[in-house]
Design a protein around this ligand. Structure first.
Ligand code: UD1
Length: 421
């Protein structure tokens, strides 16, 4: 398994282009199953999760063509006749469960393996299931597979989510576009990726309102048509690279970044003593004079502080002046990076969903192990500021979510190398 060697200490200056959002793309791609005409996505990130979704859609009979070196993906579901999403592909990535709603809408039945994905908690599917059941589906779990059918076709329903789940909102929203009648999803997620999905579905002919408000109203239509849609910028990649000059020193411009995608995160950086300015091309970030100040963080659904930036923020706070308290409210097991950061000299104590971080002057390089996607990049960030060398192993997690990570960091002056094993 490959590892990444980080030599700490270099100041970072320059530009980083922000890619299209992985999590938006992983729900936009299954939306192709809702129409026979082609759906073409532009600004697609080149990631192993996108390759996994491509493989899954191909196994369902979708024709997928990758163009412009993977930046554009053209899909046609005209001969997609297989309603079974196999465990061997689904287990690689939790977002595979996003084919359930579209398959059910397309075929009236679907068999989808329960997913795998990052080991950051139980991540059940009850909200997806309840939503689709409210629309008339009968769903049973047999041999690790969800068997769903809706003999009379999906019907519009009033659905109130117990929790504003991103995936459940996406599955229900996609299914509802082709249901008979009106569906209202209350307490719906309003992450930018949901807005992007609604925008794309509307371009395909769907009738959707209120996606930014938490209550989404969908008027079902008989069929959707083809469209071309540009994927929004990846706010998690943006936030991650914004932290690089803050941790290591210097000034970096994130091309294509927009503050409104990361407002809650920017507020915390501002409190910590970071300068953030909007430019014509994106966002410029630099550490203000002096040491970063400790800040408290609580992860929440959008527009709150994103759980997907919690690990990276912890890496920053390890060298802040004072004690920070980080509360994780979305996933129950998302502090696996803490013991790895402690190997680098960080002072962290974890109790349940709360981590208390007391900043030290400087971290020290060490061999550490990546445990999930966002944890992996937090260890690279920590390594940038650490004294000496950090070797991050199990970096296959990174390939799932960060395009050309070594090239992007080195492009701003970092000293990082991928070691092939
Ligand atoms: C998506 C993102 C992921 C991000 C997460 C929260 C994708 C591909 N992934 O994941 O990067 O960290 O949103 O912003 O977009 N839950 C239930 N029942 C359900 C569904 C979820 O209890 O039926 C719980 C989960 O266990 C978890 C919480 O809700 O504790 C959040 O899950 P959800 O919002 O569904 O996240 P994902 O869509 O899996």
């Amino acid at each position: 398994m490959d590892s990444i060697l980080v030599k700490g200490g270099a100041e970072l200056h320059g530009e980083i282009p922000i890619a299209g959002a992985k999590n938006a793309c992983l729900t936009l791609m299954p939306a192709t199953l809702l129409a026979d005409e082609p759906l073409t996505l532009t600004n697609v990130p080149r990631l192993s999760d996108i390759a996994t979704m491509t493989q899954l859609l191909q196994s369902l009979g979708v024709e997928v063509t990758s163009l412009q070196d993977g930046r554009v993906v053209a899909m046609s579901s005209q001969s997609a006749d297989n309603p079974v999403a196999d465990y061997n592909i689904v287990r690689k990535m939790r977002a595979s469960n996003l084919v359930l709603g579209p398959l059910l809408a397309r075929h009236g039945h679907a068999v989808v393996s329960m997913p795998g994905g990052c080991a950051i908690g139980a991540r059940p599917m009850d909200l997806h299931i309840h939503g689709l059941e409210a629309m008339g589906a009968k769903i049973e779990l047999k041999d690790g597979y969800l068997h769903a059918e809706v003999p009379g076709g999906l019907k519009g329903a009033q659905i109130e989510l117990r929790f504003a789940s991103v995936g459940a909102t996406e599955n229900i929203l996609m299914a509802a576009t082709l249901a008979k009648g009106t569906t209202v999803i209350k307490n719906a997620a309003r992450e930018p990726e949901i807005i992007d999905l609604a925008t794309c579905l509307r371009a395909m002919g769907a009738q959707i309102e209120g996606e930014a408000s938490g209550t989404i109203t969908i008027q079902g239509v008989d069929q959707l048509h083809g469209a071309t849609h540009p994927v929004i910028a990846d706010r998690i990649e943006l936030g991650t690279y914004m932290l690089a000059p803050v941790i290591a020193g210097g000034e970096v411009e994130l091309i294509g970044g927009r503050i409104e995608l990361v407002n809650a995160f920017c507020e915390k950086l501002d409190q910590a003593g970071v300068s953030i300015t909007e430019t014509k091309k994106g966002i410029k970030v630099a550490r203000k004079n002096g040491r970063i100040k400790a800040v408290d963080i609580k992860t929440e659904v959008f527009p709150g502080f994103p759980t997907d930036l919690q690990a990276q923020m912890m890496a920053l706070l390890c060298t802040a002046d004072g004690t920070s308290v980080l509360e994780e409210t979305i996933f129950e097991n998302r502090f696996m990076h803490a013991p790895e950061l402690m190997r680098m000299g960080a002072q962290i104590s974890v109790q349940g969903g709360t981590a208390t971080v007391t900043g030290v002057e400087r971290l020290k390089g060490a061999p550490v192990m990546a445990t999930d996607l966002r944890a992996s990049v937090s260890l690279i960030l920590a390594g940038l500021a650490a004294e000496g060398e950090t070797v991050v192993s199990r970096v296959y997690h990174l390939d799932r979510g960060y395009e050309h990570v070594v090239r992007k960091f080195n492009g701003i002056g970092a000293n990082i190398e991928r070691i092939k094993n």
